[in-house]
Design a protein around this ligand. Sequence first.
Ligand SMILES: Cc1cc2nc3c(=O)[nH]c(=O)nc-3n(C[C@H](O)[C@H](O)[C@H](O)COP(=O)(O)OP(=O)(O)OC[C@H]3O[C@@H](n4cnc5c(N)ncnc54)[C@H](O)[C@@H]3O)c2cc1C
Length: 381
Amino acid sequence: MITIVGAGPTGLALACGLRRFEVDVRVVDAASGPATTSRAMGVQPRGAEVLARLGALGDLAEKAVRLRKMRVNGEVALDMSALREAGQLVVSQARVEDRLRDRLSALGVEVEWDTPAETVADADWLIGCDGAHSWVRKHAGIAFEGSQVMENFLLRDVRAAWDLDRESIHIFADGPSMTTVFPLPGGVWRVMSPDGGRWTPGPVEEVEWESTFRIHRRQAVTYRRGTVFLAGDAAHIHSPVGGQGMNTGLGDAENLAWKLALVVHGRADERLLDTYEAERRPIGARVLASTTPATRLVLGPGLVTRTIRDRVMWPLLNIRPVQRRLVRSASQLGVRYSGPLAAGRRGGQRVPAFAGRPVGARGAGDVPGGGTGAAGGRRAP
Ligand SMILES: Cc1cc2nc3c(=O)[nH]c(=O)nc-3n(C[C@H](O)[C@H](O)[C@H](O)COP(=O)(O)OP(=O)(O)OC[C@H]3O[C@@H](n4cnc5c(N)ncnc54)[C@H](O)[C@@H]3O)c2cc1C
């Protein structure tokens, strides 16, 4: 029996991945029931592939808002509509968790709410998917190294009749003031701004949800201690700029699931489990390394940073190869592994022939099951 602590996107995806291989699994969560607030709002194309392989994509692709452009002070700064890899599904984390819970239920497992980690500490296999303040991580004595990047970052989901197109991210930058507005499904807008900025493009009818938090950049020094593993925010936290957090957790979950399944079924040596950290920790480190400077550049309060942003960064975004690079990086479709399993000519690479076209890509449909999403050539059964 494998015990997963945390029924967020990472824990739920891991549980679905293990049940696909008929592994007995428990999912416990200290909360009294599912979270209803939106939190993360972007499923990247690679994350959508993972959900599709787990059978948990459901209607998310149809319900989501598709982003085509990024506008800065009303002008198009980045047009993604012709880029094959563009296709972030803008949909709330709560909806993603709904689909994963539905799928897990169909696979025979219900989340055990009101069950804190302490009550399952002696499990044979304990997987900490219990978020940034992970009890499992602390219990295993694993350090979470890093620092604070920014204070007081404000998020609000609001209802408002603003005259903004709903296919664009809207950035409003005026001196030290900076606000980003995203369209969410159901006519809702997500407003994000640093330093408690309260600017909006017009009157707000209703605030659905509001949260202020500090952005940290931290990573667990190891993802495994014996039979204890960490995944998702328990293993890495960073800025929400770029929408990578939930997707990185989904990738961790898929990678760990098939390896644990092979080991608990006695079909692989336990050393296979070391490849989880070897493959996924560098991916997490790269996300931390890219989101921190991006956050400082986009939101940084200093005059020099603002000048670079306004005079260099925005114009650069109009250049096609720069657009392609940015969008590919955010999509996570380029994620590849260089760990010990990545032998051979295309070892460790995503295999589009199996994975199908990106779910969010223009004209793409659903993804057929069976993509690796893991080390190429070493597919799970
Ligand atoms: C306010 C806010 C806004 C965000 N916005 C974005 C965004 O715009 N884009 C983006 O990519 N990411 C965003 N994130 C980050 C994103 O939400 C996380 O990356 C994602 O939730 C990670 O999923 P997870 O399953 O690893 O952890 P979580 O979603 O944190 O889930 C952890 C689960 O563990 C449970 N738990 C915690 N402690 C215990 C315990 N001791 N015992 C049992 N259960 C426990 C919790 O109840 C929870 O259900 C945001 C996060 C927050 C908080």
